[in-house]
Design a binder for this molecule. Structure first.
Ligand SMILES: O=C(O)C(=O)C[C@H](O)C(=O)CO
Ligand code: ZN
Length: 277
């Protein structure tokens, strides 16, 4: 299991492109038949992906890194299918997962397995997991059940819909907050004006992008911004002190997952445009 340590704002200022990417960007989250996991010391996020092919794939704990006998021994997880139809089985109960359906699985569930409806056109499950202290019920969230919020305008090239899957007024969790934002065609900007949230960190996962498309993801302290170039199905870790915003070469979709000491979506420290550097 790959490990990322927490990096300070002062150190981040000194990093070149390659080091910045090594610390914050997760480039390879998917490999057929494999469970990919990246453990970050930023709010102890585990970000992962799985493409089940001919055999189901089990969500296994990395005993050495997690010190747990099974993955959800001290954790919860939010999973979204970013590919064709698949299934997730949680301790004997099977959930059908169409494209963009989400599933919350709480602390204490021992056996979580992923499979594809059609192994020749397999599902692609992306997930975020964070530490948990009690069990909340496992719940499927179809995109049609997620809480939509329409934001932005075509004049600002940021017309988009935010779907909240796991949040205070929806599917409950200990600390994970998770959802997905879809940009309308012809719109390229996300999360500008931008924000930080000192009480939570966040991971963005960009997808539904053409092979030669990129998103210039903006990060860093508001007065020390940097960019990293993101390609399809790559994730980027955003510590609490970092802005997280982006502009693409065409419209795209991204999944955001947050964790920290509160779950209040609107608890953001907005950055005034005049303060950005
Ligand atoms: O489109 C947006 O704006 C977002 O999706 C913002 C994220 O949800 C976020 O950064 C929440 O803190
Ligand atoms: Zn945010």
């Amino acid at each position: 299991m790959e490990i990322r340590y927490a990096v300070s704002p002062a150190e981040t200022k000194t990093l070149g492109t390659e080091q910045l990417r090594k610390e914050f960007v997760i480039e390879n989250l998917f490999a057929p038949g494999e469970l990919k996991l990246v453990y970050s010391h930023v709010d102890r996020f585990i970000t992962g992906g799985v493409i089940p092919t001919n055999e189901p794939v089990k969500l296994e704990a990395d005993k050495h890194t997690m010190g747990a006998d099974y993955f959800l021994e001290r954790r919860e997880i939010g999973i979204i299918n970013v590919g064709p139809k698949g299934y997730i089985t949680v301790d004997g109960t099977e959930y059908e997962m169409d494209s963009k359906d989400g599933l919350y699985v709480g602390l204490g569930n021992k056996d979580v397995t992923f499979r594809s409806a059609d192994p020749s056109n397999p599902a692609r499950f992306y997930f975020n997991s964070t530490p948990a202290h009690k069990n909340y019920p496992t719940e499927k969230i179809a995109i049609s059940q997620a809480d939509p919020q329409h934001l932005g305008s075509i004049t600002n090239s940021n017309e988009r819909t935010i779907y909240r899957y796991i949040h205070l007024n929806g599917v409950k969790s200990c600390q994970l907050v998770m959802g997905m934002t879809l940009l309308k065609p012809g719109n390229m900007w996300n999360t500008m004006p931008c924000h930080t949230h000192n009480r939570r960190s966040e991971v963005y996962f960009y997808f539904d992008m053409p092979e030669d498309g990129v998103v210039f993801h903006l990060m860093g302290e508001p007065t020390e911004t940097r960019h990293v170039v993101m390609r399809n199905e790559q994730a980027v870790i955003s510590p609490s002190w970092s802005i997280h915003s982006g502009v693409g070469t065409s419209n795209y979709t991204f999944i955001w997952g947050m964790a920290g000491e509160n779950q209040e979506f609107s608890d953001m420290d907005m950055v005034a445009m005049k303060d950005l550097k």
